[in-house]
Ligand binder design. Sequence first.
Ligand code: FAS
Ligand code: PHB
Length: 403
Amino acid sequence: MERLTTQVAIIGAGPSGLLLGQLLAKQGIENIIIERSSGDHVLSRIRAGILEQGFVDLVEEAGCAGRMTEEGHVHSGFVISDQDQQYRIDMQSLTGGKVVTCYGQTEITRDLMEAREESGQQTYYDSPVNSIEDVESSSPTICFTHQGKEYQLSCDFIAGCDGFHGISRQTIPSSIRNEYERVYPFGWLGLLSDTPPVSDELIYCKNERGFALASQRSETRSRYYLQVPLTEKVEDWADERFWDELKQRLPKEASEQLVTGPSIEKSIVPLRSFVCEPMQFGRLFLVGDAAHIVPPTGAKGLNLAASDVSTLYKVLTRVYKEGDLACIAQYSEVCLRRVWHGERFSWWMTNMLHEFGESELASQEGGIFEKLMGSELDYFLTQPHGQKIIADQYVGLDYEELK
Ligand code: FAS
Ligand code: PHB
């Protein structure tokens, strides 16, 4: 068994782990990242595309914003269509100037990976963490396997940035761990293509055939999603079938502009709302998807991970710079307030924009749920104060401060 030590052990080299690692290093706080997959596999996962300003500011503070500034696109608004009627949510004017940046999670992860490599910090890829021990002591340890050898890493703190299927969350005893979950009766079939986006801004489409989203990665790369039943398999969706269905769900004006082409990635993700409370135990902190999951309808998943990173960065900086160990206790409460706001917004947008026709809920209630949600969407889209409520949440609420 090879023994290593560091100040902060980070499990997971997704955006949470990599961003935290860069921020801590800027404060001279030593950290080691342990990632079970290869770097290429981490980059192969096509996920989020919209960054709140808080995320952008953190990446700038981490000194990794060069390419994002050059290649990211600032969006001042987005469209919600209800059947063929389009409503533009003018975020910038409704929120007093706030905007979002369109820049793929894959790209931000790549930028953070390259910055970490250049800074010479230690990252162990292809190295699954098999156990987490003594988190209630002042020197917790994690054990991992790297190139067939067993390692034990001792540290002061552990950041569980290991996603929904990671090992960290299970380390919190079930006697104190509360998990809240809602699984939606449908998934999102996503397609990535090197075709020009159908619109300059995102279009969230409510349509009787099912929800669709027109997003993008650049002027020449598009990202589209279709709501599909959970029984669907990606192999049943040839490109042509995807494009035909998307054309029927986009508002007519956009559908006529759609440029189709071969997919370079296609995948189906299930939708769930999930929160684990508390988000810490002893010297272990859960960050990002390790602690919470949202349906991607509100573009919050990656952005809630960023606000967790911001809070943990503040806590650990205060611990190491000011010797303030007491502030550790604030982490979970400070994160959860913003997490639950993001959960509610994502659940609300999902309920308003998706078709629940075949679901148990809809059949139980004889369709009143869809009528209520249709009216809710109509109210919030046709009232200026309703659009402001959507805009305020979409650009992201302010980050919570430590006491
Ligand atoms: P991640 O899951 O990205 O990273 C966790 C890392 O930990 C992984 O690399 C994993 O390999 C590693 N790990 C796990 N167990 C380990 C162990 N035992 N030892 C070592 N390493 C371990 N968000 C949006 O805002 N918009 C979207 O459209 C969107 N689409 C998504 C699609 C999918 C399929 C998924 C799963 C998520 C999507 N999300 C979306 C949310 C997504 O972007 C997450 O919020 C984001 O990846 C969170 O980043 P992390 O917390 O770093 O977790
Ligand atoms: C994406 O571009 O992948 C994306 C954008 C906004 C969302 C979800 C996904 O709400």
